[in-house]
Structure formats: structure tokens, C-alpha cells
Design a protein around this ligand. Structure first.
Ligand SMILES: [Fe+2]
Ligand SMILES: [Fe+2]
Length: 136
């Protein structure tokens, strides 16, 4: 795979991580219940770490991190809707990272993407557990 194509894919990831960081940071403040709010806040910080790792890979390959995120969807003002939106973002990330790990032939990039993928799987589980608690 050409380096420009790798940079393009990494920039798409970077933008999704920006969106997750912003959505989770905002939602953590809106959530009235302590436990989901704390979990969402902690995961927002993970997403920002992912941004930094991706930006490093992009710059190292001669690219520039893109800040062009789309309009944000926070999942509304209710706890369940917000958590469902957050699960959706994690699921989307998991699918995309899996595809990219299979496509990209740069071992350093694949190593970082695998690490991020593991964390997104854990995030997804954490959010699903909070939804199950509400529905009980
Ligand atoms: Fe992430
Ligand atoms: Fe995540």
C-alpha cells in the first residue's frame, strides 16, 4: 500500500477519534449518574491518546493530522441514548480498525492499530454494561 493511502486512512481514524473524544467529553458532563459519567470521562481520555498515537504515525510518514470533523451527534440528552451512540461509535471503530489491520502492510501502523482495536473492544463492553444496568 502506498504511503499516501496509509496517511489518508490514518487521517480518517484520527478524525473519528476526535469525534469520540468530543462526544464523550460532552456527554460525561451531561450524565447525571456518577458511574456512567466517570467511565465515559475516562474513555474520552483514551480516545485522546488514540488521537496522539495516530498523529505521530501520520507526521512520521510526512502527513499532517486532519481536524475536519463532521457535525457531532451526541445521542441526545438522555443517558440511554448517549450510551447507545457511544456503543455505535465503538462498533464503527472496531469494524474499520479490523479492515485496516487486514489491508495495511506497514508493521508499525498495524501494531498501533491492534492496540487501539483492543481498547475499543473494551470500551464497547464498558458502555454495553452500563446500558444493561439501566434496562434492568
Ligand atoms: Fe479510540
Ligand atoms: Fe473507544
Amino acid at each position: 500500500m502506498e504511503v499516501d493511502e496509509i496517511i489518508r486512512l490514518l487521517n480518517q481514524d484520527f478524525v473519528r477519534e476526535i469525534e469520540a473524544t468530543m462526544v464523550y467529553t460532552r456527554n460525561a458532563f451531561i450524565m447525571l449518574k456518577c458511574d456512567p459519567s466517570r467511565v465515559t470521562e475516562a474513555i474520552a481520555i483514551d480516545e485522546m491518546r488514540h488521537m496522539n498515537w495516530l498523529a505521530e504515525l501520520i507526521v512520521k510518514r510526512g502527513g499532517k493530522p486532519s481536524m475536519e470533523h463532521k457535525e457531532l451527534d451526541f445521542g441526545g440528552d438522555g443517558l440511554e441514548g448517549q450510551l447507545m451512540k457511544q456503543v455505535e461509535l465503538e462498533t464503527q471503530g472496531i469494524e474499520i480498525y479490523k479492515q485496516q489491520i487486514a489491508q495495511i502492510d506497514d508493521p508499525e501502523v498495524v501494531g498501533v492499530l491492534k492496540h487501539i482495536l483492543d481498547e475499543e473492544k473494551r470500551h464497547r463492553k464498558e458502555f454495553i454494561m452500563r446500558i444493561e444496568k439501566i434496562r434492568k
